[in-house]
Design a protein around this ligand. Structure first.
Ligand code: SAH
Length: 248
């Protein structure tokens, strides 16, 4: 079981697979006022940076589920590196339908809400693992500016303009689902640059090491057009943030 291979290539050197910097992740942990022993579930936990740094810095205990064999392995290494292997558990598998045996204080899905078929379905899934008065964290893109055409939306990692909302509509949508937004931390351009630009050096090195690979053509195409495409479109039009929700 694994995710599409292209992500395991382009994001193999990422510790954080979204437009958050380490500082933003730390800010998120701080604004949530996490207490030692807080139980955190993370669906689509990637390379484990959030759970591992929060375990080190705030004393949380965590469970992460991720379908990428590579990111799952990196998450376990991260836990060892940061000395928190006794407090965080990583599971390699499909997080769709994953519910914890014991309820958690914080249930998160950052940048992987397709796991529940969209933000609404993912919130419903996370709620099944959450104790009463617990916090749900959702990391989602939104439009900074509405793309003037569907073609421009397609250049921004979307299939259509309707894939994402503007920030006020996104915030309102959480209310419609029966939740208060109780905190939020928004990515900035530096974070987007770290997430996107880090792929370019990774791809260049991968191409050097794997010239005959079946994916070389696709990776070369992405490396050739990716930087200009990114600065022209996603960098101008796309925002990303993590929203902390509590039931109304
Ligand atoms: N939350 C992490 C990773 C975000 S990238 C971070 O912010 O760093 C999206 C992640 O979802 C990837 O790690 C990918 O492997 C994982 N993923 C995709 N589909 C999945 C599924 N069905 N179940 C579990 N993980 C999945």
């Amino acid at each position: 079981m694994d995710i599409p291979r292209i992500f395991n290539i382009t994001e193999s050197a990422h510790r954080i697979h979204n437009p958050f910097t380490p500082e933003k992740l730390a800010t998120l942990g701080a604004v949530l006022r996490l207490e030692p022993g807080t139980r955190v579930l993370d669906l689509g936990s990637g390379s484990g940076e959030m759970l591992c740094t929060w375990a080190r810095d705030y004393g949380i205990v965590g469970i992460g589920v991720d379908m990428s064999q590579l990111f799952f392995s990196q998450a376990k290494l991260c836990a060892e590196e940061l000395g928190v292997s006794d407090r965080v558990e990583f599971i390699h598998g499909d997080a769709a339908g994953y519910v914890t045996d014991e309820k958690v204080d914080v249930a998160a899905c950052l940048g992987a809400t397709w796991i529940g078929g969209g933000a609404g379905g993912t919130i419903e899934l996370l709620a099944k693992s959450l104790r009463p008065e617990g916090i749900i964290l959702i990391g989602e893109p939104y439009w900074l500016r509405l793309p003037p055409t569907e073609d421009i939306a397609k250049e921004c990692f979307a299939n259509a303009i309707s894939d994402f909302l503007m920030l006020p509509e996104l915030i309102a949508s959480f209310g419609d689902l029966g939740y208060y937004v109780v905190e939020m931390v928004l990515a900035d351009r530096e974070g987007w640059d770290r997430y996107e630009a880090a792929k370019w050096l990774t791809m260049r090195r991968w191409l050097k090491a794997n010239p005959g690979d079946d994916f070389a053509k696709e990776v070369r195409a992405q490396l050739t057009s990716g930087p200009k495409r990114y600065v022209t479109y996603a960098r101008e039009y796309l925002g990303w943030g993590v929203f902390a929700l509590m039931a109304r």
